[in-house]
Ligand binder design. Structure first.
Ligand SMILES: Cc1ncc(COP(=O)(O)O)c(C=O)c1O
Length: 417
């Protein structure tokens, strides 16, 4: 695959920072070498002596001496080496053995940064881009400055409709229209629909991406929050052509405040994205990276799997609670598919063509907050019949009360039509 085809003009002009390249050499310096190059402050001047934290699983973790120095000092832009090694193990375990000569991981400030930089690397103003709609609003927002031609693909209860994508792509090719270079997809426990795209559709989508030379931008922060027995097959795991840029996040399984995500993809793509990080934030917080590393090594695979199983069960129970409240209060008023993963329920309100007033006025007056459906579309002016309902943080009592208030608000709106 010719990576150059996917880089926009600005990306082609980006060059790595000489100073950061020297910094990378400092990290690899043999003992006894004299460092008179770096602009690093001396750790002896930092006010911190020690950090320690206790895990919910009971283990005490201490950061001192050399590890503390790493946690407080500048790091290579790709990330803390030991954490990168751990992340490679995670990717090998969940997405099949990867060729780490051809692929690279870049640690980012949450998944959001990885997604934004992927678009910045690829898109020119006005380029076409394939988006499964509805889509996560912040992703749509990072696309906006490019004024892209949105090729919006509708979804059924199992995600994007492959035939629609195929028809669009073959028509564009037949007419010689400009072809999209990227498909954005959030395949597991999608935000806002809660859909987990079945494996056969994923394979079909990958086949199309290969046939039409398109990158799949796989945004998968809810991968570990799928409620099925088996984890779905990721696009990364089926990627024989290095055309998948996979974006993972620790936000949903560790903590969003740590702002840790990671991009896995072909070395050529990831090293370009590294330059975006280099030029903006130098690298992601060393302390966050060290805390994640210590957590993963304290737990090992077993501890990680047990944690993931626990939170999966936690959100599955919340989902069930939400479904009970919906059945109890909404009856004929709304339709939805049971979320197969993630944190969200995508409710279609029958009889209302636009849920904007329902959500932004009526429900707010009743002190219950939902996300309006229109905000998950590429065109915010387009009315939506949907409401996104989150079951992640509300208590069972609040879920029940919130949905009963929604029912009251819908009935009022229906009377006002
Ligand atoms: C689909 C999707 N992508 C990306 C993100 C951003 O995640 P992060 O906190 O890792 O930046 C979110 C956060 O809610 C999300 O739902």
């Amino acid at each position: 695959m010719d990576s150059d085809y996917f880089f926009n003009k600005a990306t082609k002009q980006r060059k790595p920072s000489v100073l950061r390249e020297i910094a990378n050499k400092i990290f690899k310096m043999s003992k006894g070498s004299i460092n008179l190059a770096g602009g690093f402050p001396d750790v002896q001047t930092f006010p911190f002596q020690e950090f320690s934290f206790k895990l919910r699983t009971g283990e005490h973790v201490r950061l001192a001496d050399k590890e503390l120095a790493v946690a407080l000092q500048y790091l290579p832009t790709l990330g803390y080496g030991n954490l990168l090694t751990k992340l490679k193990e995670i990717q090998n375990r969940f997405h099949g053995p990867q060729d780490w000569n051809a692929k690279t991981i870049l640690i980012t400030c949450g998944a959001q940064q990885g997604l934004a930089y992927a678009f910045e690397m690829i898109l020119e103003r006005g380029d076409p881009v394939i988006i499964a709609e509805p889509a996560f609003e912040l992703v749509l927002n990072s696309l906006k400055p490019f004024e892209p031609e949105y090729i919006s693909i509708a979804q059924d209860s199992m995600g994007v409709i492959i035939e629609d994508i195929e028809n669009i792509l073959s028509t564009r090719r037949k007419h010689g229209w400009s072809m999209p270079k990227v498909i954005y997809i959030n395949p597991t426990g999608s935000n806002p629909t809660g859909i987990v795209m079945p494996n056969d559709r994923r394979r079909e989508l990958y086949r199309l991406a290969c046939e039409y030379n398109i990158i799949i931008l796989e945004d998968d922060p809810y991968f570990f929050l799928n409620f099925q027995k088996e984890n779905p097959i990721s696009f990364l795991s089926m990627d024989t052509e290095s055309r998948v840029i996979r974006v993972d996040s620790f936000s949903k399984i560790m903590s969003p405040g740590m702002r840790l995500g990671y991009v896995t993809g072909s070395t050529e793509f990831v090293l370009k994205m590294e330059m975006f990080v280099q030029n903006s934030i130098l690298h992601v917080s060393s302390l966050s990276q060290m805390v994640a590393y210590k957590l993963l090594t304290t737990w090992n695979d077993q501890g990680f799997d047990a944690h993931v199983a626990r939170i999966k069960e936690f959100y599955r129970q919340k989902r069930d609670c939400m479904m009970r409240a919906v059945a109890k209060h909404l009856g004929e008023l709304a339709e939805c598919c049971e979320p197969a993963g993630g944190m969200f329920l995508w409710l279609k309100i029958d009889g209302l063509q636009d849920t904007k007033r329902l959500v932004t006025e009526n429900c707010l007056e009743k002190h219950v907050i939902f996300a309006p459906g229109f905000s998950f579309g590429s065109d915010h002016q387009k009315p939506s019949q949907y409401v996104r309902v989150s079951y992640s943080v509300a208590s069972p009592e609040d879920i029940d009360r919130g949905i009963s208030l929604l029912a009251v608000a819908i009935r009022e709106e229906l009377l006002m039509r």
